[in-house]
Design a protein around this ligand. Structure first.
Ligand SMILES: Cc1cc2nc3c(=O)[nH]c(=O)nc-3n(C[C@H](O)[C@H](O)[C@H](O)COP(=O)(O)OP(=O)(O)OC[C@H]3O[C@@H](n4cnc5c(N)ncnc54)[C@H](O)[C@@H]3O)c2cc1C
Length: 425
């Protein structure tokens, strides 16, 4: 949906995304501190779009008028009486939600690699972690409170008409101010790192490898082996620990001195120690700069059953990619019914963290997309892609329903921006 040339253009304004790779064209960024203030702003603005914590690499958050940041709205987490859900301010980051739930003996179903992103921004783009049977963060949403074009507040609940079009909505249906997420009882967890997984194990046993824990991902640079497998395991209630295999489909536990390298000061504990899920479900610590810091990202999803073949196809062009690649993380996401979900079926996410080499990356992303073309890849809405509009349209059978919903709720296109307009063109 996003042309890389469009999103890697030189800076023109001082309002930039997290990666400092994209300059918003919006006239101004405003940051209300109450929902009333936000409603007034929306009602009075001819064009306005929601902005979260600015972690997207694409122009998905951009718009021609005001950008309204939700990050100063109160978090005000409220756990439901039955203990199955938590409602929070949309601009709240996942670390705040996780710490609150942990204190109350509850847990999120899953988290992305970093806890710094806002709930509203994550769910609007289908952000995900990893895990067989674990859906995207958007799929954990059970209700949304949204400020519409006239500034009034509406609530949409799972099961109601239009709900499936309203979660992964790219900001096109208004500014979400409160989100209710499914939660589960809290649990303890350990993270283990394995090294040197043979590609043959992925070719022949992808689902088994990805099923080796609650949440499994692997990191590689498309060379002769998979450098690292990260296994997050739940420790069942009543047990002190779980034992981990010495051999994980040919990968071996990372030597102790390599733990220090992978755990470092940025990462959550990856050394097999047992602790709260809140400190181990994300890869990165809240008090550190996540990931590499100087980077660009792209990611494509393919059906899990095509995963091994898709990885083989990208490996064929691996030598071209490697000079500009920090790493590629591969994860699984369970399918969900959301209309704009990039993971409508059980999927494999192939995520590239590129070096900040804009021109080279803009040339390489189409090479990745060519390799993945036979598998009908869906790009991550918040990351870079050069897929043509026709390919996006073909991949989203509910796009027409989404367009109808946008026309019904926002007939004047108040919440539109370049990404949404390209999508609905
Ligand atoms: C270092 C790094 C690591 C990442 N790791 C992962 C990962 O593990 N998994 C993954 O899937 N993605 C990952 N991402 C991508 C990231 O999760 C998405 O881009 C996500 O959308 C960012 O959320 P945000 O709050 O920064 O949203 P923004 O980038 O600010 O906005 C994204 C979209 O959300 C909309 N939006 C934001 N807030 C609201 C609201 N309140 N109401 C309505 N619409 C809203 C905006 O309009 C825009 O369309 C990563 C990004 C970075 C920089």
């Amino acid at each position: 949906m996003t042309t890389t040339h469009e999103t890697l253009r030189p800076p023109r304004r001082d309002e930039r995304n997290w990666a400092d790779s994209f300059s918003y064209r919006a006239t101004r960024v405003v940051q209300p501190t109450t929902v009333d203030e936000l409603s007034e702003l929306v009602a009075g603005a001819p064009r306005i779009r929601a902005l979260g914590t600015r972690h997207s690499f694409s122009d998905v958050a951009d718009g021609p008028g005001l950008l309204v940041s939700t990050t100063a709205l109160p978090a005000d987490p409220v756990i439901s009486d039955d203990g199955h859900g938590v409602t929070v301010g949309a601009g709240t980051n996942y670390a705040v939600v996780a710490q609150h739930l942990d204190r109350h003996g509850l847990a999120l179903l899953n988290m992305g690699s970093l806890p710094h992103i806002s709930v509203g921004g994550a769910i609007a783009t289908g952000t995900h972690g990893s895990g067989l049977g674990l859906g995207s963060l958007s799929s954990a949403v059970s209700a949304l409170e949204i400020v519409g074009p006239d500034g009034s507040l509406r609530t949409v609940r799972r099961g109601q008409p239009g709900f499936d079009g309203s979660v992964v909505a790219l900001g096109a249906l208004g500014v979400v101010v409160r989100v209710t997420l499914d939660v589960q009882p809290g649990f303890r967890m350990r993270q283990d790192t394995y090294v040197d997984l043979p590609w043959s194990s992925v070719d022949d046993h992808l689902v088994d490898v990805m099923g080796a824990g609650y949440s499994v991902s692997f990191f590689h640079e498309f060379d002769h082996r998979i450098r690292e497998v990260l296994v997050k395991s739940r420790v069942p209630e009543g047990l002190a620990d779980v034992s981990m295999p010495r051999d994980l489909w040919g990968a071996r536990p990372a030597p102790v001195d390599e733990h220090a390298e992978v755990t470092g000061t940025k990462s959550t504990p990856m050394d097999g120690s047992v602790g709260s899920w809140a400190d181990r479900l994300p890869h990165f610590r809240i008090d550190a700069t996540p990931s590499v810091g100087s980077e660009l990202q792209s990611e494509h999803f393919v059906a899990l059953e095509d995963g091994a073949a898709a990885l083989r196809a990208v490996r064929r062009v691996g030598d071209e990619l490697r000079p500009h690649l920090h790493t590629c993380e591969t994860r699984t996401v369970a399918g969900d019914p959301l209309w704009l979900s990039p993971t409508p079926q059980d999927s494999l996410g192939i995520a590239f963290t590129w070096k900040k080499h804009p021109a080279e990356v803009a040339a390489l992303i189409p090479r990745v997309e060519e390799a993945l073309a036979p598998f009908t890849p869906r790009p991550h809405w918040g990351k870079l892609s050069a897929l043509p509009h026709a390919a996006i349209v073909a991949a989203y059978p509910r796009l027409a329903d989404f367009a109808d919903l946008v026309r019904e709720i926002d007939p004047e296109g108040k919440f539109g921006g370049p990404a949404v307009e390209r999508l609905l063109a």
